[in-house]
Design a protein around this ligand. Structure first.
Ligand code: ADP
Ligand code: MG
Length: 140
């Protein structure tokens, strides 16, 4: 498996509880390398654009409000099989269903405030990375 990149967000519930380092350590311990990272406070427009695929879902407005309720940390992660590896260490969307030892099982507050975002495919990873980072901001 070749080296791959994926996109991660440490969500407002985690930054609020000062868990940026704890979450990042779990990503690093899973074999992922942070090759770009920036703490931002997303605008509503930015969050709506990022989650546009979910705009017909009943939770869309709440999700956008949550994602702009505080700062987030946007990151590019690199490693072997990075997309799948990140999804594995994140755990299931609903922390009640997440495996022991995953970020969401350990830290998430709810199905919405679930501490991390991770791209679900290499194709979406490339789109999501480009949404937040210029190529020269990513240093592998
Ligand atoms: P994932 O983040 O695991 O890829 P989805 O892409 O399905 O999950 O959903 C995007 C985000 O929307 C979730 O991480 C979570 O914050 C929120 N979300 C998903 N399902 C629900 C739900 N049923 N109720 C409230 N928020 C939800
Ligand atoms: Mg998703």
């Amino acid at each position: 498996m070749a080296t791959e990149r994926t996109f991660s967000i440490i969500k407002p519930d985690a930054t609020r509880r000062n868990l940026t380092g704890a979450v990042t350590k779990m990503l690093e311990d899973a074999g992922l390398r942070v090759v770009a990272s920036r703490r931002i406070h997303m605008t509503r427009e930015q969050a709506e654009g990022f989650y546009a695929v979910h705009k017909e879902r009943p939770f869309f407005n709440d999700l956008v409000s949550f994602m702009i309720s505080g700062p987030v940390v946007v990151q590019v992660l690199e490693g072997e099989n990075a997309v799948a590896k990140n999804r594995e260490v994140m755990g299931a969307t609903n922390p009640a269903n997440a495996e022991e030892g995953t970020i969401r099982k350990t830290h998430a507050e709810s199905i919405e405030a679930n501490s991390v975002h991770g791209s679900d495919s290499a194709e979406n990873a490339a789109i999501e990375i480009a949404y937040f980072f210029k190529p020269e901001e990513i240093v592998g």
